[in-house]
Design a protein around this ligand. Sequence first.
Ligand code: EPS
Length: 362
Amino acid sequence: MSDNTFGTLLRVTTFGESHGPAIGGVIDGLPPGIEIEPEDFRQDIERRATGRSRHTSQRREADEVEILSGVFEGKTTGTPLALLIRNTDARSKDYGNLAEVFRPAHADYTYWHKYGIRDHRGGGRSSARETTVRVAAGVIAKKWLAARYGIRVRGYLSQLGPHFPQQFNWDVVEDNPFFWPDASMLDVLEGYMDALRKAGDSVGAKVTVVAEGVPVGWGAPLYGKLDAELAAAMMSINAVKGVEIGDGMAVAGQLGTEHRDEISPNGFLSNHSGGILGGISSGQDVICSLALKPTSSLRLPGRSIDKSGAEAEVVTHGRHDPCVGIRATPIAEAMMALVLMDQALRHRAQCGDVQVTTPAVG
Ligand code: EPS
């Protein structure tokens, strides 16, 4: 496998499997002088972690982030920053039966055909465990974006199966295990998830991420579009099947007069475009949503085949998320922050000296 790196000036490489000794990553291209200490990682790592509510996988990982290089006296040195997170609670025997069969809707089947060898314990490399490293890398990007430009990246769950928020309040998002912006619906969600877990099924979800304070000008036509890079970054998260920028797929039904974000001297009058025009940030909030499919590892039997091609029934044991989307908000925030930081560095390199007299109205 050679495609484990993303980014251009800020390059993130991750490695490791769910049931190997550790996962980790190398972040290269960080500007020197960013203050980083192990404590910085704790909050976002906790927000993403398993076992923090009954609605997620009950695997209990320590998720301690070790910095191996690239930081001296609490500051980045401009050299590769390597992170290591040891796996401390893998229960590989749960997966013995998966060595010979393929879970329907899982990457088992495609990994096997592609590589001819597969770590079937947990999801191996395809496990959501890998996203811990992205979240750790995202912490550094969030910190830099906030300090340098005042940018805030935050997200919420915008759909859980058949449920949509009826009200919106950022202040309640961090106070519930779903990252849900409507406190009046929490009982409904709890009941829905409890019934789903009891039934042994799983469900999809949608996450929306918003970056506030992004200056106008980041992103490059045509092959370095900010929206294209966001889409690729979000789509690289396990289980993501759809990505939308701004109004996304709904633009197909809009008239030009509805869709256009009219401009006044005091700012844009709407934000259907999701803060990106021509692949370049407009100065408005950058808004990206992602749809995550239902977890494919189910204890309910499903039809499949074994390695010889014979019919097989698959039942998955182990500790799984009934809705992997519930833990995806910090992951999507991290990917947004990493893409923005990479674009910021590239913008600075090529266009850092550009000045126009038109005020930025975003
Ligand atoms: C996952 C399966 C479960 C989750 C895991 C993602 O692990 P296991 O195979 O050990 O039961 O707990 O998520 C994490 C461990 C994590 O840190 O996110 C999967 O198949 O994607």
